[in-house]
Design a protein around this ligand. Structure first.
Ligand SMILES: [Zn+2]
Length: 133
């Protein structure tokens, strides 16, 4: 067994194309001996977002803090702390933070995700609201 404090896990900037103001902490991963699943904590700064992207594996998401928007193709869902989101395999999705507060969530993925890099979507363009921030 391993017990860790989230704040002591290295916080990395997400450098993927289309990401902005987005960091990730790999709380539990293969590096810890986890054979099947990885638990990551993401933080989106105000105005931040993940890339609009898709991949053949699912996400299991738990919103920890703040409020944000989950984009599902052409639809948007408002989410807040306490909500959970299941992103199905191959769904086009994005997490956005249009609020002035930090938006934090856990995102669990199967380890196979490491061998299948996501495809970002060209339509993930900066919106008028983004340009003001
Ligand atoms: Zn994803």
């Amino acid at each position: 067994m391993k017990v860790k404090q989230c704040g002591r896990v290295e916080q990395q900037t997400v450098l993927m194309k289309g990401a902005r103001g987005c960091t990730v902490r790999w709380l539990i991963s293969e590096c810890d001996g986890a054979r099947n699943f990885a638990m990551r904590q993401f933080e989106l700064a105000p105005g931040g977002h993940t890339p609009l992207h898709t991949h053949p594996y699912e996400h299991e998401v738990y919103i920890l803090e703040g409020e944000g928007v989950v984009v599902e193709g052409d639809e948007e869902h408002r989410v807040k702390a306490g909500d959970v989101v299941f992103v199905c395999p191959d769904e086009v999705h994005q997490f956005r933070n249009p609020t002035p507060r930090f938006f934090k969530f856990l995102c669990l993925v199967p380890n196979e995700a490491m061998q299948q890099p996501p495809a970002t979507k060209a339509e993930c363009q900066v919106t008028a609201a983004d340009r003001k921030q």
